[in-house]
Write a protein that binds this ligand. Structure first.
Ligand SMILES: NC(=O)c1ccc[n+]([C@@H]2O[C@H](COP(=O)([O-])OP(=O)(O)OC[C@H]3O[C@@H](n4cnc5c(N)ncnc54)[C@H](OP(=O)(O)O)[C@@H]3O)[C@@H](O)[C@H]2O)c1
Length: 288
C-alpha cells in the first residue's frame, strides 16, 4: 500500500513510518513541503501521488496553547482535517484521522469507568472541541474514513510525559509530586501503529474506533512505573489536580473502551507491558 502520513515527522508519525515502512510505501507529509492548511496544494500533491490511504496525524497538539490560540487550534484541527479529508475523498484514499480522549468531558458518571465509541462527546477544552470538529469533518467529507481516538501518547524521541518523568527522575532532588486523581490509558506510538495497520487491513471498518492500550492508571501510577522500570531512586508522591493548576482543564477520567477493536478480535497490549517494551528500547542501560 502507498500510505501518506500527515505530520509524519511528529511523535506518532515517525513511529508509524518506521513500523509500517517494512511492508508499505510510506510518504511523509509534513511542514514545510506539505501544509494541511493549504487546501489546494495539498489536494494537488496527493492527487499526483495517488495514495491508497492517508493517516492524518498533523494537528495542534499542545493542549494549553490551544486555550490561548483558539483560532489556530480550529484552523489546524478542524479546517486542516477537512482539507485532508477532501484530498482523500478526491483521490479515493481511505482516511484514518487520529483523534483524542479529550473529546470526552472526562467527568465519568461513576467509577470505575471507560468511555465507549458510542458515548456522547462533550469536550471541555479548545483542543478537545477543535479535535471533535475535525472528527466530524473527516466523517462528513470522506465516506471511507475511520476516526481513531488515542490518548496519553508516548513514542520514540518524545516529547511525552514518560520522557519528562525519566529526565526528572534522573535529575534527582526532593520527592516529585505527580497528579493522582486523573486517570487514562498510557499508550505507545508502537501500539497505535499496530492498530493503524490492523485497520488498514480491514477496509470494512468505518466510523469511530478507540485504539489505546488496555487498562488504566493515574499520572502518578504511570510515573511510578517509569521510575521502577528505570531503577530511579528519586522519591515520588501523589498529589491532587488542585495542586497542579493548568490553563486547560484536564479530564478526571478519559480512559477509553475498545469496543470496536475487541469485537473484531483485536486486543491492544496492557499499558504496563507496552511501556516496558518502550522504556527498554528508548532508554538503553547506560543512559539510565
Ligand atoms: N500526544 C498525545 O498525547 C496525543 C494524545 C491523543 C491524541 N493525539 C493525537 O495524535 C496525533 C499525533 O500527535 P503527536 O503527539 O504525534 O503530534 P506532534 O508530535 O505534535 O506532531 C504533529 C506534526 O504535525 C506537523 N504539523 C503541524 N502543522 C502542520 C501543517 N499545517 N501541515 C502539516 N503538518 C503540520 C507538526 O510539525 P511542527 O512540529 O513543525 O509543528 C508535527 O510534525 C494528533 O492528531 C494528536 O491530536 C496525541
Amino acid at each position: 500500500m502507498k500510505i501518506l502520513v500527515t505530520g509524519g515527522r511528529g511523535m506518532l508519525g515517525r513511529t508509524l513510518c518506521r513500523r509500517l515502512g517494512a511492508r508499505h510505501e510510506m510518504v511523509v507529509a509534513d511542514l514545510p513541503e506539505w501544509d494541511v492548511l493549504d487546501a489546494e496544494s495539498f489536494m494537488e500533491k496527493s492527487a499526483t501521488l495517488g495514495p491508497d490511504a492517508i493517516v492524518h496525524c498533523a494537528a495542534m497538539t499542545k493542549v494549553d496553547d490551544c486555550e490561548t490560540n483558539e483560532e489556530l487550534a480550529f484552523a489546524l484541527n478542524e479546517t486542516g482535517t477537512r482539507n485532508v479529508a477532501m484530498a482523500a475523498a478526491a483521490c479515493g484514499a481511505r482516511l484514518i484521522a487520529i483523534s483524542t480522549d479529550y473529546v470526552f468531558s472526562g467527568e465519568p458518571p461513576r467509577e470505575p469507568w471507560a468511555w465507549s465509541e458510542t458515548d456522547v462527546p462533550a469536550p471541555r477544552t479548545v483542543y478537545g472541541k477543535s479535535k471533535l470538529a475535525g472528527e466530524r469533518m473527516a466523517q462528513l467529507v470522506c465516506p471511507d474514513s475511520v476516526v481513531l481516538r488515542i490518548a496519553w501518547l508516548y513514542g520514540a524521541g518524545g516529547p511525552s510525559f514518560v520522557h519528562t518523568m525519566a529526565r526528572l527522575g534522573r535529575e534527582g532532588g526532593a520527592p516529585l509530586k505527580v497528579v493522582d486523581d486523573q486517570r487514562g490509558n498510557p499508550t505507545s506510538a508502537d501500539e497505535v501503529s499496530g492498530v493503524v495497520e490492523f485497520l488498514l487491513s480491514h477496509p470494512e471498518v468505518s466510523g469511530v474506533v478507540h485504539g489505546t492500550c488496555e487498562n488504566q492508571c493515574s499520572w502518578y501510577g504511570l510515573a511510578k512505573e517509569v521510575f521502577s522500570l528505570l531503577g530511579l531512586r528519586r522519591g515520588i508522591v501523589p498529589c491532587s489536580t488542585e495542586e497542579f493548576p493548568r490553563p486547560a482543564p484536564r479530564p478526571r477520567n478519559s480512559a477509553l473502551k475498545k469496543g470496536v477493536l475487541n469485537r473484531l478480535g483485536y486486543r491492544t497490549r496492557d499499558w504496563r507491558e507496552a511501556l516496558g517494551v518502550f522504556v527498554r528500547g528508548e532508554f538503553p542501560q547506560e543512559a539510565r
